[in-house]
Ligand binder design. Structure first.
Ligand code: AMP
Length: 546
């Protein structure tokens, strides 16, 4: 029989993070640009106070444990409060990506069976349309004051967020419950088919916050001031809402504006020391800095992930702006932290060139994540930086499946999760991504489904075959291009093909170019060899621009 330890069994709950921050770092600031533009100043104590009022209000609306509460919102102080008000009562915070195409949003809200929909004012027209199609949604909460509700709003059960908060007693006490209870839900369109929901738990979230902030990983301190530029709907805003109260750091949120001018101003005004965003955001920022001669005086470190960081980007920040770039890899399914490119003692001692090359890799595995890379022969690859294979991960903050069993059993018999990425390990234990087994295109850090584009393009009567592949783009990293083979004897024009997509996809999904070919490279089983096409056309946009 096991001899159990005699230590207390306190559940790991998300509410414990904000309670800690309110008690120990209550006056540390939380600063957010509002959707209207002006900057709002608050504190961890204030986030806890208002979050608990939201919790009380949601209970009064009948929201119970396990109920889903959706948000369609930007990086604001009110959205941050939802991370505590919703999960803190055992309900599930479902952050919806407002940049998805309307039909995908409808699919996601219906699939999640959201009971409450919380949204920024600019999404009111969208929400009014959704209301007619999503019967499970019983209450709508506008992230504003009562006076901001437009007179012609048609939604039944529409509440103003500020009015809901004011109406509460303020006597709420955060409840205890099972740490394995679901806490939040993010849908990912990373693979083929419909978006799938990653359902986090309180336990996974708290362990991830602790793990991600280990020394040598994020290592954020109370003296840090951190700007979270990753949208709060992308893998819980890269866990910033959980990591920063734990660290007692100052939190700066850019609102709806991640344009360089607005962000640079906020970084300077708030004296930001560390920031998190995808490469596209940092590329745009570099252009702005070069154009205006402005600086990022206080910024010490940028954490970059979502797509690979280029050497040019890393070098420009380090050499021209004195900002260290830390490369990380992760997925919605990994909460999101998977690996991080910080130096070990051995790597720190390498000659400069070798060290520089090493730290451009996606990085090492922190405590809490296990990773194996399996080659085509079913064996784990040699750790020589050359041998590559499929990456599998395991750990307490890695998904074990998707919401409602979508996608079936995803784990292998030993409990490993397939990332869909292909990579190498080297002698220093650093992982480098060499390819993706998935064919989706990642523009500005967000997925575009190649299959959706192909299906629509193939619907054109003169198109026989269509393939959508990523091409390199200096600003967005990747943009989609369509490769089509016309029906024999026919000719197709670019405008013709793009015309069939118009109105059926989000504007930013529109391919940047259409390439017409006589034939496509095919596999033995009759599938289009997309990897070959991608390779051939990777520089297509750059070449045609010049
Ligand atoms: P998402 O779930 O949207 O965060 O997408 C996760 C996917 O983004 C991963 O499976 C990778 O294919 C890709 N990804 C994330 N970080 C990196 C990185 N640092 N380098 C290359 N690809 C990355």
């Amino acid at each position: 029989m096991t001899l159990h330890g005699l230590m207390q069994d306190e559940p790991l709950l998300i509410s414990s993070l904000i309670r800690h921050a309110a008690e120990q770092h209550g006056d540390r600031e939380v600063v957010a640009r509002t959707c209207e533009g002006p900057v709002h100043h608050s504190s961890w104590a204030e986030v806890e106070r208002r979050g608990s009022r939201l919790a009380e209000a949601l209970r009064a609306l009948g929201v119970g444990e396990g109920d889903r509460v959706a948000t369609l919102a930007w990086n604001t102080h009110r959205h941050l409060e939802c991370f505590y008000g919703v999960s803190g009562i055992g309900a599930v915070l479902h952050t919806v990506n407002p940049r998805l195409f309307e039909e995908q949003i409808e699919y996601i809200v219906r699939h999640a069976e959201d009971r409450v929909l919380v949204f920024d004012l600019e999404f009111l027209p969208l929400v009014e349309k959704l209301a007619t199609k999503c019967p499970d949604v019983q209450h709508f909460v506008l992230l504003a004051e009562g006076k901001d509700i437009p007179a012609d709003a048609t939604l039944a059960n529409l509440h103003a967020y500020e009015d809901l908060l004011t109406a509460q007693t303020g006597q709420f006490v955060w409840p205890d419950f099972d740490e394995r209870a679901a806490s939040s839900l993010c849908y990912t369109s990373g693979t083929t088919g419909n978006p799938k929901g990653v359902l986090y738990s309180h336990r996974s979230t708290v362990l991830h916050a602790l793990g991600a902030n280990q020394p040598g990983v994020f290592g954020l301190k109370p003296t840090d001031c951190v700007m979270g530029m990753a949208p709060l709907y992308h893998a819980n805003g890269w866990a910033m809402p959980y990591v920063l109260p734990l660290a007692g750091a100052k939190y700066v949120l850019p609102g709806s504006q991640i344009e360089p001018a607005a962000c640079q101003e906020l970084i300077e005004d708030e004296r930001v020391t560390a920031a998190f965003a995808v490469p596209t955001v940092w590329t745009m920022m570099l252009g702005y800095l070069a154009q205006t001669g402005k600086k990022l005086e206080t910024l010490e470190r940028t954490f970059i992930g979502g797509t690979a960081v280029s050497q040019a980007l890393r070098d420009a920040y380090r050499d021209d702006h004195g900002v260290e770039v830390v490369h990380l890899w992760g997925m919605t399914e990994t909460s999101p932290l998977g690996t991080i490119g910080t130096p070990t003692a051995r790597v720190a001692e390498l000659p400069k060139e070798a060290r520089d090359e090493q730290l451009l890799k996606q990085g090492r595995i922190p405590f809490g994540v296990k990773m194996k890379i399996v080659g085509g022969d079913g064996e784990e690859v040699k750790r020589d930086g050359e041998d590559f294979g499929a990456m599998w991960v395991k750990g307490p903050w890695i998904a074990s499946g998707y919401f409602k069993g979508e996608g079936g059993d995803v784990l292998d018999p030993d409990g490993w999760f397939p990332t869909g990425d292909v990579g190498t390990f080297d002698e220093f234990g650093y992982m480098k991504i060499t390819d993706r087994t998935k064919d989706v295109i990642k523009s500005g850090g967000e997925w575009i489904s190649s299959i959706d584009l192909e299906n629509l393009a193939s619907a054109h009567p003169k198109v026989q075959l269509a393939a959508a592949v990523a091409a390199y783009h200096p600003k967005w990293d990747e943009r989609p291009i369509l490769v089509v083979v016309p029906v024999p004897g026919e000719t197709v024009a670019k405008e013709d093909v793009l015309g069939t997509l118009e109105g059926k996809i989000a504007k930013w999904w529109m391919p940047d170019d259409v390439v017409v070919l006589d034939e496509l490279p095919m596999t033995a089983t009759g599938k289009i060899r997309k990897a070959t096409l991608r390779e051939q056309l990777w520089n297509h946009l750059v070449e045609s621009a010049s």
